[in-house]
Design a protein around this ligand. Structure first.
Ligand SMILES: NC(=O)c1ccc[n+]([C@@H]2O[C@H](COP(=O)([O-])OP(=O)(O)OC[C@H]3O[C@@H](n4cnc5c(N)ncnc54)[C@H](OP(=O)(O)O)[C@@H]3O)[C@@H](O)[C@H]2O)c1
Length: 305
């Protein structure tokens, strides 16, 4: 099967290519990666020709403008890149009968749920920031494009949350760097305690998506996250525990962390079943797998201090 991945240089895109290289159905040539040089979300009309020349049978659309604070500063651009461009890409797939897996986010929910349950696929959406609104617009545009085409391919929407993984520069990497600074200054680490989500390891998510594709039917709304949910502060605490770094944490409220975007506070997703019936492992186990490489990648910086 000829599977293309947009945003192939991104955190998920890289993991997705690796998972698809290992999948038997992509054959000896493996998956097709589209970086920004091939598919630019500011010129999404180019996608039709790209689908044709690469003879794509299924597209994983992972490219997005993921700078949440940037989206808050320029909501119109966010809507064009994550909403309108997704509609154009989905319509091009639908017209050709090509299957599409659209990667979306927990930020489509308002995070105000108060019953302690995580959000399921049927729960009412209501984004509280420009990024979430633009991603929800992308979901809706893809559904409309499929409904309008006479013989569309299958559409699967995969919502996920709080991605971490290679090449770093993610929440764990930032917390480790901040912990170094806090230790040097003899201060505590300030971390938000009232924002909750599912830390999700990109290689695990990519395996889940690859499994979905391998089942032959990607259709539907899927919530694919590592098992469990936690606050930002709880995530940082577990990371420091696993890394053996005894840095105290000063818990603060999201409202006291100055940033352009407002995150949904209770943004935990209830995972949906993968075709095998297996759920992704816990985020703590995934973090333990990732941590050695993350610590190795920052070793030279520590040695020079
Ligand atoms: N990160 C999270 O915590 C999170 C949570 C939930 C859902 N998601 C969703 O998961 C997907 C993958 O996210 P990620 O964490 O892998 O993000 P990422 O590392 O920022 O990767 C996004 C990719 O999109 C590409 N891109 C950005 N703007 C573009 C444009 N104007 N034209 C073409 N390509 C563009 C980037 O290209 P360059 O490499 O050239 O910049 C990058 O390769 C996205 O759909 C995101 O909305 C992410």
């Amino acid at each position: 099967m000829r599977v293309a991945v947009s945003g192939s240089a991104g955190r998920l895109g890289r993991a997705m290519l690796r998972a698809l290289e290992d999948a038997p159905y992509t054959g000896p040539f493996g998956p097709i990666g589209w970086g920004r040089d091939r598919l630019d979300l500011d010129r999404p009309e180019a996608v039709g020709r790209l689908l044709d020349t690469d003879r794509v049978e299924l597209l994983v659309h992972a490219a997005a403008w993921t700078d949440v604070d940037g989206c808050a500063r320029d909501p119109q651009l966010a809507m064009r890149r994550n909403g309108l461009a997704t509609g154009v890409i989905a319509a091009a797939c639908a017209e050709r009968g090509i299957d599409l897996v659209l990667v979306s986010t927990n930020e489509v929910f308002d995070g105000r749920r108060a019953d302690g349950l995580a959000y399921g696929p049927a729960d009412v959406t209501g984004p509280v920031n420009a990024y979430g609104a633009s991603k929800l617009a992308g979901e809706r545009a893809a559904l409309e494009a499929c409904a309008a085409a006479p013989a569309p391919g299958r559409l699967g929407i995969v919502r996920t949350a709080w991605l971490f993984g290679p090449p770093g520069n993610d929440f764990p990497a930032k917390i480790l760097a901040a912990a170094d600074r806090a230790r040097a200054a003899g201060t505590a680490l300030r971390v938000v305690a009232d924002e909750v989500g599912n830390p999700t390891y990109t290689p695990d998510l990519a395996e889940g998506i690859a499994e979905l594709i391998g089942s032959g039917d990607v259709s539907g709304m899927h919530h694919v996250v590592n098992a469990g949910w936690v606050s930002r502060a709880g995530w940082a605490r577990e990371l420091l525990r696993q890394a053996g770094l005894p840095v105290p944490i000063d818990e603060i409220r999201a409202a006291d962390w100055e940033r352009a975007s407002t995150p949904p506070l209770w943004a935990a997703l209830q995972p949906t079943a993968l075709p095998s019936g297996e759920a992704l492992r816990s985020w703590e186990l995934a973090l333990a797998d990732y941590l050695p490489a993350l610590l190795r990648s920052r070793a030279p910086a520590r040695a020079t201090r």
